[in-house]
Unconditional design. Structure first.
Length: 119
């Protein structure tokens, strides 16, 4: 069974940086990895995805500030977040696509890793 583990969140001041890490256990055949976030009272939204370790897609609000990378052989993904803003405050979640199906879909995605941007 595939399990995802996110880490790297924390408290940072506006303009600061954080790096998030995701690791997928269970030796899945991963074809894409992605980061999502959900702030209290808001819907979960796509932050960034990367396909086959090369083609990256970003949400409009983070393009130019965040960078996603992945290592398909190690089943890991990284989200480098720069110039963080208070609106980036949210719980961040990792997701993986195994073959053509994303592992996480509806419902609760667990705890994720919390990012708080504040003075």
């Amino acid at each position: 069974q595939v399990q995802l583990e996110e880490s790297g969140g924390g408290l940072v001041q506006p303009g600061g940086s954080l790096t998030l890490f995701c690791r997928a256990s269970g030796s899945p055949r991963i074809t894409a990895m992605g980061w999502y976030r959900q702030a209290p009272g808001k819907q979960r939204e796509l932050v960034a995805s990367i396909f086959s370790g090369t083609r990256a897609v970003y949400g409009d609000s983070v393009r130019g500030r965040f960078t996603i990378s992945s290592d398909i052989r190690r089943n890991t993904a990284t989200l480098q977040m720069n110039d963080l803003k208070p609106d980036d405050t949210a719980a961040y979640y990792c997701n993986v696509r195994i073959g053509s199906v994303w592992l996480r879909s509806e419902g609760s995605w667990g705890q994720g890793t919390q990012v708080t941007v504040s003075l």
